[in-house]
Design a protein around this ligand. Structure first.
Ligand code: MTE
Ligand code: MO
Length: 204
């Protein structure tokens, strides 16, 4: 994956053709903030991510330790279940593949629960956070991720609705049961594929 550091280039026009999932609208250069809880105020040296649960070696990385690992950049789209999408945006961080390789998932692990320092949680099948589809990110468009968007560190799982991308993520627990998170317990879909509009429980 290409590494992009200190990206400050002018935005290139985004080819929007075919990029909006059904029922979504384009917010252009805007980026709404959706936060259910009080926003935490975290200094970069305070944050870390722990991978634990069904792993061979439970492991914690400080932000500095994460930043010393191989970086990768996601340049693409994000989709919120409340119907906004933001197209052609860039985040840099570490792929969960890198972290999972270090921690060593046990064979019986099937799911993860991502947890924020605030207690916000969201559940995902393990296979949806592997294969270059999930990151912990600290950089947006070449700048530190703003605090209201989860900075210093958030989860990014852009192929699913954005509620799966836990802001201020601090823990990723591997489990062998599917344990619904915060919004999933309030009736949101268990998986949340925007292309098939898996918004609420009962949606295909
Ligand atoms: N900790 C935490 N993470 C969260 C949320 C939240 O309320 N708390 N909201 C989710 C939802 S519904 C969306 S759409 C995105 C919003 O991210 P943004 O505020 O950076 O746009 O974060 C997701 N992650
Ligand atoms: Mo959302």
């Amino acid at each position: 994956m290409p590494v992009t550091r200190g990206f400050t280039g002018r935005r290139r026009p985004v080819d929007r053709e075919g990029r909006l999932p059904p029922g979504q609208h384009d917010v252009g250069d805007g980026w709404p903030v959706l936060t259910a809880e009080a926003e935490p105020h975290l200094r970069p040296e305070q944050v870390s991510v722990t991978l634990d649960g069904l792993v061979a070696t439970a492991t914690t990385w400080s932000l500095a330790e994460l930043q010393a690992l191989p970086h990768s950049t996601y340049a693409g789209d994000i989709h919120c279940v409340t119907s906004w999408s933001k197209l052609g945006t860039r985040f840099t961080g570490v792929s969960l593949d890198v972290l999972l390789e270090a921690a060593g998932p046990l064979e019986r692990a099937t799911h993860v629960v991502a947890e924020s320092v605030t207690g916000y949680t969201t559940n995902l099948p393990l296979e949806h956070v592997t294969g270059g589809r999930a990151w912990v990110v600290w950089d947006h468009e070449g700048r530190p991720l703003p605090p209201e968007h989860g900075g210093p560190l958030r989860l990014l799982v852009p192929h699913l609705y954005f509620w799966k991308s836990a802001k201020w993520v601090s823990r990723i627990e591997l489990t062998d049961v599917d344990r619904p998170g915060f919004w999933e317990r309030y009736g949101y879909h268990d998986l949340g594929d925007p292309w098939t509009e898996q918004r609420y429980v009962g949606d295909a």
